[in-house]
Ligand binder design. Structure first.
Ligand code: URA
Ligand code: SF4
Length: 220
């Protein structure tokens, strides 16, 4: 057997979100499935106009099998509300679908950043989710998501909040192009305990507002 690496060969023929989620449960496209509890696929309505892409599930997401149910998810939900976005109008997913961690002192599992190779291995799921969902706007939460879709040299700090398009190199078949807006990861806002915390939160909400506006059909 050819040692095809990555998730591609696990993709089902039927590309509905439901069928993708079922197929992803048995993905072994990279080594991350080995230590994680389960695949954490995207979650939300199939008609959601706004797609939110995080980095990877965290400890609580790994146990629950759902994205953004832990502390970062709670901050995200609050920021969405403050940006005038009903969380029910979002589909939430991650660039990488398995939790990557190291163990510290036995029980505690410490989040580890996924490698570029792991992000690339998992990307077929993300692209298939985009094709199935056909969102009006994709919000990249943090550098891992942004670089998965906008290229390895993309810098969130330089272009956060700007309405962008998917580069031609991203192979998705869509009738209408979604807007793409990159911002920081909600855990970065959560970790910011400096005097700038309020400002960091406000800037995050501002970027989500830009995403909401970018996703609205242009008034004519
Ligand atoms: N952080 C992420 O990037 N995704 C989650 O689902 C949870 C925390
Ligand atoms: Fe498959 Fe992605 Fe999990 Fe790797 S992280 S095993 S590519 S679902």
């Amino acid at each position: 057997m050819t040692a095809a690496k990555g998730a591609e060969r696990y993709l089902p023929e039927n590309r509905s979100l439901r069928s993708l989620a079922a197929a992803a449960e048995t993905c072994q496209g990279c080594a991350l499935f080995e230590n994680a509890t389960q695949t954490v696929f995207g979650h939300g309505k199939a008609e959601a106009p706004i797609m939110l892409v995080g980095e990877q599930p965290g400890d609580q997401e790994d146990r629950a099998g759902l994205p953004f149910v832990g502390p970062a998810g709670r901050l995200l939900a609050r920021a969405l509300g403050d940006a005038g976005i009903d969380p029910a109008t979002t589909y939430q997913t991650n660039a990488v679908k398995h939790f990557k961690f190291t163990r510290k002192g036995g029980a505690r599992r410490i989040h580890q950043k996924p490698s570029r190779t792991e992000v690339v291995a998992c990307r077929p799921w993300l692209l298939a989710e985009i094709e199935a969902l056909r969102p009006q706007v994709i919000v990249c939460l943090g550098a891992t998501a942004a670089q998965a879709l906008l290229g390895a040299s993309f810098r969130v700090t330089a272009q956060r909040g700007e309405p962008l398009r998917l580069p031609a190199a991203v192979d998705v078949r869509l009738e209408s192009e979604p807007a793409v807006v990159a911002t920081v990861h909600p855990s970065a806002v959560l970790r910011d305990r400096s005097d700038g915390h309020v400002e960091a939160y406000r800037a995050f909400v501002d970027d989500l507002c830009s995403a909401r506006e970018a996703g609205m059909p242009s008034a004519s």
